[in-house]
Ligand binder design. Structure first.
Ligand code: MSP
Length: 508
């Protein structure tokens, strides 16, 4: 089955922060999981490069929008690589192929009567690059950026969003899974039910964008240009091959809650107007907060994901974000919380368990995994695990999947404490039982590592190699007892080393 997953494309007016890494890692986890299931996966990320915020940032920095886009796009590309994202392509909305396709599609909307010329008057926030309705304003200010807004009067081209009211209501009625979590589904549907107004899809005040094909005094509104990336990329992502047939419609767009309206209302309407299929689902994640505030460049409370990964490694970041904050909800992140999870969960519960198990197999059985009887207690613990975890992933419930996996990690720790193999080793009469316990631990670690591969790919891979079980990475192999004893184990580099921090400079 084709599985096409996307991240939002990131604005290049600022440098990447943890919030951006979050969307990318989430989509990557889903992509890796689906590959483990043998599905035909395409994973897209990229940068959103046109529009007023980028043009303004460039002006502030005394450079051109194109130069700023070139510079910052690389930073986002580096971030994707650094978080170990396995994206199949990295789109830039300045790509000539994208630009040409956007023009073609928007021309099609014009030709088919979905776009008309009109005059727009409204409150405009140039940081959002969006008009705000009267009811959204807070004391005349943008509710997000808290800056005073000016009234703008502009000749624009409009998209007849209002004519899709019924079609959108039908889409939502027929497809309860179109938007999740459910609260976001309701939010989008309520917005639609309040009555849709036509939206302006061109700007004449700026020139940094895709020119409107029939009237080059205007550029296409950045959001229209940006949303289309999900579709345009497929045609040119792979040289000499058009992947559109194979992967459209997208399976899931992973996005943050601030951009729900664009994806849940405008995007499906645009696709319908263009005669294209709408995506199967949208998954809306929450905000990463610092001390209860949204982490954002404009508030200055951002964590630099590169720094975190330099210190703790990529896996630790990938793990922490989905363990600490329920995927789909808002949640606080902090350095302290990070360290706690790193030490107690990754280093102790997973890393230590692995190194102790391997040490015992080495000491008591010369490094060969004994062909012991699978311990009944562990058979029960792992019964149905791959299915339960796949079911979570099918709902994009990454935190739920991780919780399911971690329950098993904890069970393995409980098991080793109860069975005390170091005691069994002292009594030759217990050799068979020791075989069974060691086999159970190795097999349990193999299964949890397979299940963890999408989330902590580096550590899980290293452990699978050390367990002598790296040849089979598919989800079907994540069945307890699927691999018999006999494998030769190897060295395990410390998976999650103790962090040596630079001492704080003393105040004296
Ligand atoms: N360019 C648009 C998206 C166009 S998609 C067709 C955009 N870019 S963005 O760079 O501002 O944000 C990209 C994503 O990062 C959004 O999904 C946003 O929710 C996410 N995050 C930015 N800050 C965040 C947090 N503090 N926490 C979690 N995610 C947040 O919007």
């Amino acid at each position: 089955m084709p599985f096409y997953v996307t991240t939002p494309i990131y604005y290049v007016n600022a440098e990447p922060h943890l919030g951006h890494a979050y969307s990318t890692i989430a989509a990557d986890i889903l992509a890796r999981h689906m590959r483990q299931r043998g599905e035909d996966v395409f994973f897209l990320t990229g940068t959103d490069e046109h529009g007023e915020p980028v043009a303004q940032a460039a002006e502030r920095l005394g450079t051109t929008p194109r130069e700023l886009a070139d510079r910052n796009s690389v930073r986002f590309r580096d971030l994707a690589a650094r978080v170990n994202a396995t994206n199949d392509f990295f789109i830039r909305t300045s790509d000539p192929e994208h630009v040409a396709e956007v023009r073609r599609i928007v021309q099609g909307l014009y030709d088919s009567g979905h776009v008309y010329a009109g005059v727009y008057e409204g409150w405009y926030c140039d940081r959002c690059a969006d008009f705000k309705t009267e009811s959204e304003l807070v004391d005349g200010k943008c509710p997000i950026h808290l800056i005073t807004l000016e009234k703008r009067h502009e000749e624009n081209y409009f998209f007849r969003l209002s004519s899709f009211q019924e079609a959108l209501e039908r889409l939502y009625a027929e497809n309860r899974d179109f938007v999740s979590p459910g609260s976001r589904f309701n939010e989008a549907l309520n917005f639609i039910r309040q009555g849709l107004e036509d939206i302006s899809i061109s700007r004449s005040a700026i020139s940094w964008g895709v020119p409107v094909p029939w009237d080059e005094r205007h550029v296409i509104y950045v959001w229209i240009d940006a949303l289309l990336n999900y579709y345009t990329a497929l045609a040119y992502a792979r040289e000499g091959e058009d992947l559109t047939e194979r992967f459209w419609p997208a399976t899931v767009h992973v996005i943050g809650k601030d951009i729900l309206k664009f994806h849940a209302v405008i995007w499906p309407a645009m696709l319908m107007a263009s005669g294209l299929e709408v995506p199967e689902r949208l998954f809306i994640h929450g905000y990463l907060l610092m001390d209860e505030h949204k982490m954002s460049k404009s508030l200055g409370n951002v964590i630099d994901p590169f720094q975190v990964m330099d210190l703790y490694g990529t896996d630790a970041l990938r793990f922490y974000l989905f363990r600490e904050v329920g995927f789909g909800q808002d949640g606080n992140v902090s350095t302290e919380g990070f360290e706690t999870r790193y030490t107690t969960e990754l280093a102790n519960e997973y890393g230590n368990l692995a190194s102790r198990t391997l040490a015992m197999v080495s000491r008591y059985r010369d490094g060969a995994v004994p062909a012991g009887e699978p311990p009944a207690a562990l058979v029960a613990v792992f019964e149905g695990a791959p299915e339960a975890i796949a079911a979570c992933f099918d709902r994009s419930d990454i935190s739920g999947a991780l919780e399911q996996i971690w329950e098993r990690v904890r069970e393995l720790n409980r098991f080793v404490a109860e069975q005390a193999p170091w005691q069994l080793a002292k009594d030759p009469a217990q050799a068979e039982r020791l075989d069974s316990v060691l086999y159970g631990l190795v097999e349990g670690l193999r299964v949890v590592s397979l299940l963890l591969l999408p989330i902590v790919p580096e550590a899980a891979e290293r452990l699978l190699i050390a367990l002598g079980a790296a040849h089979e990475r598919s989800l079907v192999a994540a069945r307890f007892g699927a691999v018999a004893g006999g494998a030769q184990t190897g060295e395990l580099p410390q998976l999650f080393p103790k962090i040596e921090r630079e001492p704080e400079p003393s105040a004296a």
